[in-house]
Design a binder for this molecule. Structure first.
Ligand SMILES: C[S@@+](CC[C@H](N)C(=O)[O-])C[C@H]1O[C@@H](n2cnc3c(N)ncnc32)[C@H](O)[C@@H]1O
Length: 347
């Protein structure tokens, strides 16, 4: 029950019900860390791959994934409460449509994404308040070194991060290819291309284009790209491979603040000829938070992990101009993450 109000005044609760609703909502939000942790357990142990073969009780599941049945059963029941699993009267569990996305190596899989969020990303969360109060990067405060340098020294966390990128890039590739034709390019350099998921999708879908995959040495060592693709290891702050007529930065600029993003763009500008094209694939920050909650969450992920941020179209235009590029067009995609393709040319 809410007391009647005159226009422009705030509704006043007349009994405890709205207050109880508000408390329940806030409690649920604050318990989000438990859901992240439970999803992480399921993803780490490969629970969904076992349940995909048929419904199974906690005892048998625990034996298959190498866990203790009691604790596993309690975690599974939280995932039931959250709609990720179903529990049957005989004590067996199976997957809901959301739970099926925790399987490995299936189209649309989110297993890698969940492993990264509940693992290496979550380790930065306790330091966020300090970083907001005093500045700096939460991840660096929590772990003592910058994110990508840390990954280079921790192969298990690097593998989880790259698995997350592979999952996300596979979905992004379909969204990007649906709206952007790469057929007019001859040689496409994917700068910070990770394992090459997006580049491989572009090269497979587009004839007449050759590709160069460029990333850190420990990353390109595990890349999987079509035959004939050049794979180059290096540091994009020092320089990027020359000779491309298109340079692709997919989910790169959002990792870095304006000064570092400008350095990467400048290296691309130096490597390309006057007729080159810069292609940036990134999420575009909405003007109002309510218009893009997923992008807003991504923006806070950047606040946790790195110096970067998501940017509005105007901010991208200004950043490009400061590195000698003119933003020519912004092509929206159907991605729920607000992904766009920004096309720029040397000014
Ligand atoms: C957010 S991921 C994006 C990967 C890929 N472009 C995609 O769309 O999925 C950022 C990539 O930048 C790479 N990276 C970070 N620092 C780098 C550097 N100094 N030189 C080259 N690559 C770097 C990382 O290894 C990682 O693959």
């Amino acid at each position: 029950m809410v007391a009647p109000t005159t226009p422009g005044t705030t509704p006043t609760p007349t009994n405890d019900a709205p207050v109880a609703d508000a408390a329940a909502r806030l409690n649920r939000l604050a318990d989000g860390y438990l859901v992240t942790a439970a999803l992480h357990v399921a993803a780490e142990l490969g629970v969904a791959d076992v349940l995909d073969r048929g419904a199974c009780d906690a005892e048998r599941l625990a034996a298959e994934v190498g866990a203790r049945p009691g604790p596993l059963s309690r975690v599974l029941r939280l995932l039931v409460a959250e709609g990720v699993l179903v529990e049957f009267p005989d004590g067996t569990f199976s997957l809901t449509p959301s739970g099926r996305l925790l399987r490995s190596d299936v189209p649309g899989s989110l297993r890698g994404v969940v492993r990264a969020r509940g693992g290496v990303y979550a380790t930065a969360a306790p330091a966020l308040a300090e970083a907001v109060r005093e500045g700096g990067v939460a991840f660096e405060r929590a772990r003592g070194e910058p994110f990508f340098e840390h990954l280079a020294q921790h192969p298990a966390e690097l593998a989880a991060f790259q698995a997350s990128m592979v999952d996300r890039s596979a979905r992004a590739a379909a969204d990007v290819l649906a709206v952007y034709d790469f057929g007019r390019f001859r040689r496409l350099v994917d700068v910070g291309g990770g394992f090459g998921v997006l580049l491989s999708a572009i090269l497979t879908a587009t004839s007449g284009v050759s590709g160069v995959l460029f990333d850190r040495a420990e990353v390109v060592a595990s890349a999987r790209v079509p035959e004939g693709t050049e794979v180059v290891a290096g540091d994009f702050f020092a320089g990027v491979p020359a000779g491309g007529d298109a340079y692709l930065l997919s989910w790169i600029l959002h990792d870095w603040d304006d000064a570092d993003a400008r350095r990467i763009l400048t290296r691309c500008r130096e490597a390309m000829g006057p007729d080159g094209t810069l292609l940036v694939v990134d999420a575009m920050l909405p003007e109002r938070a309510a218009d893009g909650p997923a992008v807003i969450r991504l923006d806070v992920t950047m606040l946790l992990l790195a110096t970067g941020c998501e940017r509005t179209g105007r901010e991208f235009g200004e950043l490009f101009a400061s590195a000698g590029f003119t933003l020519r067009r912004i092509v929206p995609t159907a991605s729920p993450l607000g992904l766009v393709v920004l096309e720029a040319v040397p000014a």
